[in-house]
Every structure is written in structure tokens, then in C-alpha cells.
Design a protein around this ligand. Structure first.
Ligand code: AMP
Ligand code: TRP
Length: 355
């Protein structure tokens, strides 16, 4: 191989309801990327046990994220949609990566610090190693691009560090076996087994904030349901939440400078931009000088127009459990074949005796 084949991979955890942040920050990009690239989208059920071991409804949560992928327009025939636990090679590569990565790297992850809280000693070992499994998710397919929200940037950088250390540590074996691919690292051309994956972040909606507090990100775990728009909310609920969203008393500015120090206003402008694929600048050109009493109803109409059909599709697809399960089964088989091809080489590189 002379270059890595472009391949998109991303994952979403099956915990809680999907919200507008997940949709604009991640899923909308998943949908757009399938036009040009080969894509693999995964419901990461192994990750969901890192913070909470026992789930009453893991299978249903997995189906519900799958239904959201399909309802948003992901094509499971052209691309691959599956749940992580079906393809054991993810866990196998994660173990190798646990031995490549250093404890210090994991300790520095802000998501670990946030999720572990004050009592770090009592967090699961899986929560600490979470980024190593995430790196394995992508690298087991030698993926080259990963669409994610801003909060995952640090994990993607860590994935590159793990790939680079693996490529360096095993450079001799990789060359000997002829399984490497030429790639550019800074000024140098090197022969590596794992690509240095590129995050696909950016855009006006990389970080959607809570509707109640512009300093906190919109999240599944916020106790207030008014803080987020769920993908399953009906039209009335969407409108009500936007009407009640926190704002300030000033009119919208015409320029980006005017949003400085106004996180709630900036967030609503970002949501409008994300839903229409406009820039925030263009939204301000359209609404500059207008009050929230005008902007909020326009935003509510737009959000209902874009999101209500997805909620409807999700309900329709979710009702057909046999179909959803068959998508995951078929996706798992296709993903498994690809993952196994990578792992055959990894086992050889590592020198495990296999015959
Ligand atoms: P999670 O729900 O944490 O599994 O996240 C799934 C995807 O949604 C990841 O790519 C996140 O980066 C993205 N995401 C989660 N919350 C937000 C948010 N508030 N704004 C933008 N993207 C988000
Ligand atoms: N950590 C991601 C999140 O919380 C989920 C995830 C797991 C993921 N594995 C991945 C995202 C691989 C992208 C690629 O959102």
C-alpha cells in the first residue's frame, strides 16, 4: 500500500437520550461524510460500562442510538453500522494499546478527571483506559478521519500519540513484514502501520451549550431536561425549550464581536447556523438588530422543521426491532471481517505465536 485508504469512523455511547449537541456536533457530520467516504459508525456499548457497570436496558439503548443514526440518514448498506461488543477485536487491540500507552497520558485526560471526580482511586480501571479502547475502535480499521464534537479532541490527539508510538516501537517488525504504509509525519516520510487520524471538528456547532447556562455544554447527564433538546422531543416541547432558553436583554448584534461575553446568545446563533449550514456571521447579518422575541420563534420553527421529522422516523424505525437488530448483525459481520484483517497483522507484528 502506498497510502492509507480514506476511511471515516466514529462512535456514540448508548447512554441516555441523544440531544441537539450530539446531532449537530456529530451525527449531522456522519451523514454528510457518507457522500464522499467509506464510513463506519459504531454504538460503543463497551464504553458505556466504564462509568456505570450495570445497565437495565443496554440493548434497548443500543437500538435507540442505532434508530437515531438511521433516522438521521445514515445508510447501513453503503456504509457500516454496528455495536462495538460484537467485534471482539476492538477489545483485543485495546489491550495492546493499554501496553503501548502510558498511565501518565491517561491521567491527563480532562474527560477522565471530570468523570472520576474527587474520588479518582475509586473510578473503574476501564474509565482510566477509556481512551485506549477509543483509539482501538478507530485503529482496528486503520481509519483516517473521525467526526466528533469539540470535547473529544484530546482523545483524538491521544489516539495519534498511541499510533505513533506503536509505529516507532515496532518499526523494524513493520518493515520486515512489509505491512506498513508510507505517510508524512511533519517533514519526514515514515513507514507506519497505523495512520495518524485526523479529527473532523470545526463548524459553528462543534460545541453546543446548555439552554439554561451558556457556560456548560449541552449534555445527556444534565439534571434539567430544559437544558437540552432531545432528538425524541415533539414539536411543542422543542418550541417550549427554545422559548424558555436563557438569554440576555439586548438585541442581536450584526457582527461576531458583539457576541463576546454573551455565551447564551452565541449558543442560539450557533444552533441556528448549525441547523441551516450557515456561518454564524451570516446568521447575524440576517438577524442583527432584532430582539430575541423575534429570533427565538424563528429558531423554534427551524428546529421543529429539521428535528421533528427525525423524531418521527426514529419512532417508526424503533418499532421494527427485527430490522434494527438485523442492521447491527449485518454491520457487525462486515466490520468484524475488516477488524480481523488488521489484527492478523498486529498479532504478527507483536510476535504472538499463532500456529
Ligand atoms: P457522547 O454522547 O458523549 O457519546 O457523544 C457523542 C458525540 O456527540 C461525540 O462526538 C461528542 O463530541 C458529541 N457531542 C456531545 N455533546 C456535544 C455538545 N454539547 N456539542 C457538540 N457536540 C457534542
Ligand atoms: N468517546 C466518545 C464520546 O464520548 C465516544 C467514542 C468511543 C468514539 N469510541 C469512539 C468517538 C471512536 C469517535 C471514535 O463521545
Amino acid at each position: 500500500m502506498t497510502a492509507f485508504q480514506p476511511l471515516v469512523f466514529s462512535g456514540v455511547q448508548p447512554t441516555g437520550n441523544l440531544h441537539l449537541g450530539n446531532y449537530l456536533g456529530a451525527i449531522r457530520k456522519f451523514v454528510a461524510l457518507q457522500e464522499k467516504s467509506d464510513c463506519i459508525y459504531c454504538v460503543v456499548d463497551l464504553h458505556s460500562i466504564t462509568a456505570q457497570l450495570v445497565h437495565g436496558d443496554l440493548a434497548d439503548q443500543t437500538r435507540s442510538i442505532t434508530a437515531a443514526f438511521l433516522a438521521s440518514g445514515i445508510d447501513p448498506k453503503k456504509h457500516i453500522v454496528f455495536n462495538q461488543s460484537r467485534v471482539m477485536q476492538h477489545a483485543e487491540l485495546a489491550w495492546v494499546f493499554n501496553c503501548v500507552a502510558r498511565i501518565g497520558w491517561m491521567n491527563r485526560m480532562t474527560q477522565f478527571k471530570d468523570k472520576a471526580g474527587k474520588d479518582r482511586e475509586n473510578a473503574s480501571l476501564g474509565l482510566l483506559a477509556y481512551p485506549s479502547l477509543m483509539a482501538a475502535d478507530m485503529m482496528v480499521y486503520r481509519a483516517t478521519h473521525v467526526p466528533v464534537g469539540d470535547d473529544q479532541k484530546q482523545h483524538v490527539e491521544l489516539t495519534r500519540d498511541i499510533a505513533q508510538k506503536f509505529n516507532n516501537d515496532f518499526s523494524g517488525r513493520i518493515a520486515e513484514l512489509g505491512v506498513g504504509v508510507e505517510m508524512q509525519v511533519g517533514e519526514e516520510t515514515v513507514n507506519g502501520f497505523f495512520p495518524l487520524i485526523e479529527p473532523v471538528i470545526g463548524g459553528p456547532a462543534a460545541r453546543i451549550m446548555s439552554l439554561r447556562d451558556g457556560s456548560k455544554k449541552m449534555s445527556k447527564s444534565d439534571p434539567s431536561d430544559l437544558s437540552r433538546i432531545n432528538l425524541t422531543d415533539d414539536a411543542d416541547t422543542i418550541s417550549k425549550k427554545i422559548r424558555k432558553a436563557k438569554t440576555d436583554p439586548d438585541a442581536l448584534p450584526s457582527e461576531m464581536d458583539g457576541l463576546a461575553g454573551r455565551p447564551e446568545a452565541e449558543n442560539l446563533v450557533g444552533i441556528y447556523a448549525g441547523l441551516t449550514d450557515m456561518t454564524k456571521e451570516a446568521v447575524l447579518q440576517q438577524f442583527g438588530g432584532q430582539q430575541f422575541s423575534t429570533f427565538k420563534p424563528a429558531l423554534a420553527d427551524l428546529a421543529v422543521e429539521k428535528l421533528a421529522p427525525i423524531a418521527g422516523e426514529m419512532r417508526r424505525i424503533s418499532a421494527d426491532r427485527t430490522y434494527v437488530d438485523s442492521v447491527l448483525r449485518d454491520g457487525g459481520e462486515r466490520a468484524g471481517a475488516r477488524a480481523e484483517a488488521t489484527m492478523k497483522s498486529v498479532r504478527e507484528i507483536m510476535g504472538f505465536l499463532q500456529h
